[in-house]
Design a protein around this ligand. Structure first.
Ligand code: 5RP
Length: 226
């Protein structure tokens, strides 16, 4: 199986966890795409009924709506039963890096408001330690050069994320993304705590102590880690 087939297998499998009459958080990314596609099929066939989705990006919102899945804003639901999302890297303690698709602020807000969180990944995302995947930050444009210099002083090896025209990538909220190319993150909680206290940083991609279940795509089929 190629990587795309592994993503599809975990995306399809994860829909088994979505029950009728629930509020579902829909993450963002190429793996989540397959999950939403499968959810659309089971919703249209009536196998899954009466759900409402809270989405984490306009991409996921458009896809869900195109399949007839009703969506609501996070402000308009009193809870989310289950969120299914992808991840960029997961370490041996099941801590994660997200934000490769620059959606980590909305993803984190939806995740922390969810009773249960499932991540769906292909096997290449599993690692001993975090950090070989660059850690994304969402930063406000005002004073971003100062924010960047503070990160440099901490030796966090920041780089602005640029689009194909050399312009700063913009998030949903029109903020910039800085990726930290640190190599290895020995102490994710300490780094998360430091980043949480930097005023110009709106959100970082360390998702710690958030996930309940991980579905990993291997050659011989998806494996569930609870
Ligand atoms: C977007 C994310 C995605 O969940 C993450 O990048 C994984 O994406 P993919 O399934 O395409 O590999 O965090 O901000």
């Amino acid at each position: 199986m190629n990587q795309d087939e592994l993503k599809k297998a975990v995306g399809v499998k994860s829909v088994d966890y979505i029950k009728s009459d629930t509020v579902v958080g829909l993450g963002t990314g190429s793996t989540v795409y397959y999950m939403i596609e499968e959810l659309g099929k089971r919703y249209q066939s009536g196998e899954i009924k009466n759900i409402v989705a809270v989405t984490t990006s306009s991409r996921s919102e458009k896809q869900a709506q195109s399949l007839g899945i009703p969506t609501k804003d996070l402000n308009d639901v009193d809870h989310i039963d289950l969120t299914i999302d992808g991840a960029d890297q997961i370490d041996k303690n099941y801590q994660g890096i997200k934000g490769g698709g620059a959606a980590h602020l909305l993803e984190k807000m939806v995740a922390i408001n969810s009773t249960k969180n499932i991540w769906i990944v292909d096997q290449s995302k599993m690692a001993d330690t975090l950090g070989s995947f660059p850690l994304p930050l969402e930063v406000i444009p005002f004073g971003c050069q100062k924010t960047f210099e503070d990160l440099q002083k901490e030796n966090l090896k920041p780089e602005f994320r640029l689009d194909e025209n050399g312009k700063c990538v913009l998030t949903h909220n029109k903020n910039y993304v800085i990726d930290l190319k640190v190599g290895t993150i020995e102490h994710p909680h300490l780094l998360a705590d430091w980043l949480d206290h930097q005023v110009g940083i709106v959100a970082h991609g360390l998702f710690l102590d958030i996930v309940n279940t991980i579905i990993v795509g291997f050659e011989d089929g998806p494996k569930v880690i609870d």
